[in-house]
Design a protein around this ligand. Structure first.
Ligand code: ADP
Length: 230
């Protein structure tokens, strides 16, 4: 128990530190992005490409900061009954620029009317963003991101499937992908799926993955509709 208390204290201290650092980094980043956006509107050709690359890289840094912050933050969730489709659509709007840049077609379908799902909208959106961005990054030559939501009464909840037509992953990597710091990307943090896993568990849900190299990957989130409220 004492070990647990100490661990919690360490996590809280780490969370506070991360929040402080995130704040200090985000403000200058947003001015850099603002100036780069201004420049991109003033210049043409190669200069404009350079300014646009700066904008993209600031977005990426912002994401890394969010991941570190989310990872260091203790896992309390504020669940409230939400319209899952609305939350999905909002998250999709946030990745629109990445989706367009990679020529990815997006389809979202829900089977009939879904019951409301107990969610922490902010944290759940973070999980969706990580999954959507991984999917887009796996589709270098374009492809399709297909999201489906359906009630599965047998499983006592709603299944949200996120399927991409990307490069997939080798079967021997699959057991590692939810581990913190596991990444196959040159500039990855390996925190994305660890965060997703933690957020889905805190919702009382489960996450599964099926992947075929060269064909794509499907993540399935099972979310209880009468959630364990923590
Ligand atoms: P990061 O994106 O920083 O690498 P993640 O934890 O989000 O960290 O992902 C870990 C690894 O899992 C990725 O590096 C990649 O190899 C693999 N992965 C995750 N999502 C997908 C996907 N949709 N398609 C193929 N591989 C994936």
């Amino acid at each position: 128990l004492q070990e647990q208390v100490r661990r919690n204290e360490r996590l809280t201290a780490l969370g506070n530190l991360a929040a402080g650092v995130a704040h200090e980094i985000r403000n200058p980043l947003s001015s850099i992005k603002g100036f780069a956006t201004y420049l991109a509107g003033k210049v043409q050709g190669q200069d404009q490409d350079a300014a646009r690359a700066m904008i993209q890289e600031t977005d990426r840094l912002n994401r890394v900061v969010s991941e570190l912050l989310e990872f260091a933050r203790p896992g309390e969730m504020k669940l409230r009954d939400e319209d899952l489709a609305q939350v999905v659509e909002r998250a999709l709007r946030l990745v629109r620029a990445d989706v367009t840049a990679k020529n990815v077609a997006v389809h979202f379908e829900q089977a009939g009317t879904l019951p409301r799902v107990p969610l922490d909208p902010e944290r759940f959106t973070q999980a969706l963003l990580n999954l959507f961005l991984n999917a887009v990054q796996a589709m270098d030559q374009g492809g399709t991101l297909r999201i489906t939501a359906a009630q599965e009464p047998d499983a006592g909840g709603v299944a949200l499937r996120i399927a991409d037509t990307g490069h997939g992953m080798a079967a021997e990597l699959v057991p590692d992908i939810f581990n913190p710091y596991f990444t196959t990307k040159s500039s990855g943090t390996g925190l994305g799926l660890a965060i997703v896993h933690r957020i889905i568990e805190a919702h009382g849900g489960e996450i599964k993955v099926e992947s075929v190299v060269g064909q794509g990957t499907v993540f399935t989130l099972m979310l209880p509709t009468t959630g364990r409220r923590s």
